[in-house]
Design a protein around this ligand. Sequence first.
Ligand code: HEM
Length: 406
Amino acid sequence: MDVKNALDCFRQDPCLPGWDDPYSVYAELRLEAPIHWCEGPRMWMIIAYHEAAEQLKDHRFSRQQHLDKLISRFGAGHIFDRQKNDLPYMDGTDHARMRHHVINAYRRIDFPSLKGFTEAFLDSRLESLSRQKQFDVVHEVADLLPVMVVSELLGVPADQQEQVGRKVGSFVRARGLTQTESTMERGDDSIAFYEEYFLPLIHDKRKNPSSDLLSRLIADPQEGVHLSDEQLLLIISSNFYSASVYTLRLLVSTLAWVMALNPDSFARIQDNRELVVPALEEVLRWDAPAQATNASVALEDIEIGGKLVKAGDSLSVLVGAANRDPKTFPDPDQFLIDRHPNPHLSFAPGLHQCLGLQIARMEGEAALHAFCDHFSSLSVIQSESQRFVGDRFRGFDRLMLDVSRR
Ligand code: HEM
């Protein structure tokens, strides 16, 4: 496809879902301007690093007002009304207070034990595949790992995890940049399912609180916080379940793909495990699982990168593109595990910074260690692999590996 067609595609769907290389298109666009108007989702997209990092911290934007636009377009009574209680769509002091509460609940997670659980799960999973030279790492590992970890945190019984995990896709899709009647209907359906599933669990924990994460999210008597059923349902099903399962699944597949593409780096990490941490950060920069943020609306006229974003305009940050900005990252298209500093935007540092980044890093590092423990080398069978196609997110739906074992 030539550049003009690629630019037309970008204007329709700025995340260029499923493309092998969206980054060369972003590079062309960055030469023209740091921010572009996209006709498809009817919003501005920031693609340059400096402007992106600034916007993520800017209080002059409202997430709630973007929902209001969706409500006026699709009518009231759908998932968008309810998302007003969801962290990514909250604003101002309500948002800051809710983040504080969730961070407090998170602080009390027993991380060493969760890490042990994760490592043991990965080890036994890869061991069980030891007779297979070729396997789909998405189906065999990436689909299961985050569901197991979040379910362990929230106390979802093992025999129900798969069923709960299956609803994840439609929930996250209902937070995409482009919305249609069908994405909205599937979002409505998944929220009804999560309501049926999690409300009894919430009611049970209200009556019998313990030291688990769910009980701590329900109420923090020391801080005087008591969340309603609706608030809890959104926090649990939208973020702790759907968003984390979705993004981690994509990260694990991307990790395997990048290691296969860079055998020298993989060999260096195997010889020196201290490189696991910077290598994971570089994977997150080089091919971010969440390529763009949720959209927000400008509360006043704001100039960004020489363009006027008018009050009422919607905007999103394409962090995947900002992570390849040569002004911040020398040789941005090179995958360099020694890259330092590496201030990537993949967890959206700012007002809506990912609250699960510690868990995400723990799982990503555990997965990379497990690949190093079990495989001496890995390659991808392209003809049997398939990129994930879906707005805002990047990774694989199927990634067929051919591995040599240690
Ligand atoms: C590879 C894994 C992950 C990536 C790349 C990722 C990325 C992100 C990004 C980019 C945002 C900002 C969204 C926005 O501005 O609209 C975000 C928000 C969030 N993430 Fe993650 N995430 C990951 C895993 C997790 C996990 C494991 C959890 C929890 C268990 C989690 C919980 C959250 C929450 C609660 C928010 C909303 C914060 C707010 O709006 O104030 N994430 N994440």
